[in-house]
Design a protein around this ligand. Structure first.
Ligand code: SF4
Length: 248
């Protein structure tokens, strides 16, 4: 099934920009960052496990998320046991992540809803659904926003849909792939429309911008001297060069 995608230049925050040129830039960025950082391995978690992982990871460091995920399985042994446990116990086991008091009941509510709808706590059926149908199914679950939705479908089902986290969002704005006022939520559709409907390319774009945002194009004082994208970057061309700011 074909996805409906917006390709109106005004949506990007650049009324006169050429969408084809932005697509070309997105592909060149993907190519250079994949060369620079290498191809990231695909995650191996099944869709249900990925959903748990992504919910735990919200505003939480990777190491803390991994520890909470491992603790849940060590303590309860299965997602069914997590679903049926007293909420205070789940909250205590994931207390190292941010907002465990919100994440524990949300996780359990989502798990109960999946079980009610599908008869078991398993999301493997998403792998066999067309992208739009799978995205709509996941999106109807309370607490599953666009990023979580895309993470599950790209990482575990290898469907061509782009997750936009804070790093992908910030680096995309600096590069000029989207305008400064485009929200992370709106960026999902706009950035995806610049990329081919190919899960590997979308994964490379996501991982490339994520790694770049964590290591070089950081929130404060991006390390532009170490960047392989200066000739493609609006921020570098329009802010760093003219003001002669010395990037680190
Ligand atoms: S040139 Fe600087 S601002 Fe632009 S992507 Fe690279 S590190 Fe980020």
């Amino acid at each position: 099934m074909k996805r409906k995608i917006q390709r109106n230049p005004a949506d990007y925050g650049y009324p006169t920009d050429d969408i084809a040129a932005l697509s070309q830039k997105a592909l060149e960025v993907t190519h250079r960052l994949t060369e620079f950082y290498g191809v990231a391995p695909w995650p191996t978690k099944d869709p249900m496990s990925m959903l748990v992982d992504i919910i735990l990871s919200h505003r939480t460091r990777d190491e803390q998320t991994a520890a909470a995920y491992d603790n849940l399985l060590k303590q309860f042994g299965s997602w069914e046991a997590v679903r049926d446990a007293p909420t205070e116990q789940v909250e205590a086991v994931i207390s190292n992540v941010n907002w465990p008091e919100q994440k524990a009941p949300r996780l359990q509510a989502i798990m109960r809803r999946i079980t009610e709808e599908k008869g078991s706590l398993n999301l493997d059926f998403l792998r066999d659904m067309p992208l739009e149908a799978a995205s709509n199914w996941l999106g109807q679950l309370e607490g599953v926003g666009p990023k979580t939705n895309a993470c599950v479908l790209l990482f575990s089902c290898r469907k061509p849909t782009l997750p936009v986290d804070v790093h992908v969002h910030r680096v995309s704005i600096r590069l000029g792939l989207i305008g400064k006022k485009v929200s992370a939520e709106a960026a999902h559709t706009l950035l995806q429309a610049l990329l081919p409907q190919d899960a590997q390319v979308i994964y490379n774009f996501h991982k490339g911008l994520l790694r770049h945002g964590q290591r070089i194009c950081v929130y404060e004082r991006p390390r532009c001297k170490k960047c392989v994208l200066t000739d493609l970057c609006n921020y570098y061309q329009q802010v760093v060069l003219p003001t002669n700011v010395s990037p680190s």
